[in-house]
Design a binder for this molecule. Structure first.
Ligand code: CUA
Length: 338
């Protein structure tokens, strides 16, 4: 590596460090109880290993300097110097063992504390990983109150949430760095994963296990909001889809239920009830499209419907060659699904 590229690399590291300490997808900007514990352990490891690194480099430098300035032939062994060296090595070994033990205990205690969030007031959400999107089902003892949405998880601030994680196809991994560490989604096996957001915000999550072509575009967002705002959102999401209010929206609904859309998607309140693709009942209320790949705008939605393969190659949605008037009507309808 030339000195110029070395400087360039150093510049990137220095710039990336503070950037990694903030942001909506950072384990070093904890917004939840679990993430806070993980970040504390991370900083403990960071500072201890940083001090060890500086000490080791210091001693190596001192040894090199001494060997350069002292070029005489090796004198006869000096028993006192040998003893001093032996003691030094013994102290270094003891310190190494002690430091490793401290890190081991810290890591073990963090693991135990991470598992201690379970409380009966918890909200239960089932999250199922699909190639390459997230199905999100809000569980309720009353079946009429259950509903399914996609790629966006709303949680109330300050309340524990238990996520029942499962996969519909291959192994995925659920990771919202601001709230918790990673947890794998295994086909045929449900795991409970506890999170709690301590401050409101929108935090980005990402699949963290390679799961096929579009693994990198399998993202989602967690919206943490105050309890009353969350309750309003919950009540609204439980409602079936809004009835079309205009002629264009009515035509758009007819297009939806009479073309291939209906074979994969559901819109509660219509005859569309398939579960192969994301539920679209309140599509317009969501912030993004295609698993947090695009902002949810009319233009992006048009591009996605017409040619999803150019945006996310390999995904399971086919292109739709709708006549322009039908596409515009469909867009109007989908955008009315607040
Ligand atoms: Cu799902 Cu990577």
């Amino acid at each position: 590596m030339s000195s110029r590229s070395l400087r360039h690399f150093g510049g990137i590291v220095v710039a990336a460090l503070p950037a990694g300490c903030r942001g909506v997808q950072s384990a070093l900007a904890p917004a939840g109880t679990q993430a806070g514990r993980i970040a504390t352990t991370w900083w403990l490891f960071f500072w201890i290993t940083a001090v060890v690194f500086v000490l080791v480099i210091g001693f190596v430098g001192a040894a090199l300097w001494r060997s350069r300035s002292d070029r005489r032939d090796v004198p006869d062994a000096d028993p006192a110097a040998e003893r001093r060296l032996g003691t030094g090595v013994g102290i270094a070994v003891a310190l190494t063992v002690a430091i490793l033990f401290v890190l081991l205990v810290a890591s073990f205690l963090t693991g135990r504390r991470l598992a201690a969030l379970a409380r009966p007031s918890a909200l239960t959400i089932q999250v199922t990983g699909h190639q390459w999107w997230w199905e999100v089902q809000y569980v309720d003892p009353l079946p009429a109150n259950r509903f399914i949405t996609a790629n966006e998880i709303h949680v109330p601030v300050g309340r524990p949430v238990v996520l029942d994680l499962a996969s519909a196809d291959v192994i995925h991994s659920f990771w919202v760095p601001n709230l918790h560490g990673k947890r794998d989604l295994i086909p045929g096996y449900t795991t409970a994963f506890w999170i709690q957001a301590d401050r409101p915000g929108v935090y980005r999550g990402q699949c963290a296990e390679f799961c096929g072509t579009e693994h990198a575009l399998m993202a989602f967002e967690v919206v943490a909001e105050p309890e009353d705002v969350f309750d309003q959102w919950l009540a609204h999401q439980r409602q079936p889809a809004a009835e079309p209010g205009t002629e264009a929206e009515r035509r758009g609904r007819d297009v939806f239920v009479s073309t291939t859309c209906v074979q994969c998607h559901a819109i509660r309140g219509t005859k569309a009830a398939a579960s192969f693709g994301p539920d679209l009942t309140h599509l317009a209320s969501r912030r993004s499209l295609a698993a947090a790949t695009l902002p949810n705008t009319r233009g992006n939605l048009a591009g996605w419907i017409a040619d999803p393969q150019s945006i996310k190659p390999g995904n399971h949605m086919p292109p739709n060659g709708l006549p322009p008037e039908d596409l515009q009507a469909l867009l109007s309808y989908l955008q009315s699904l607040k």
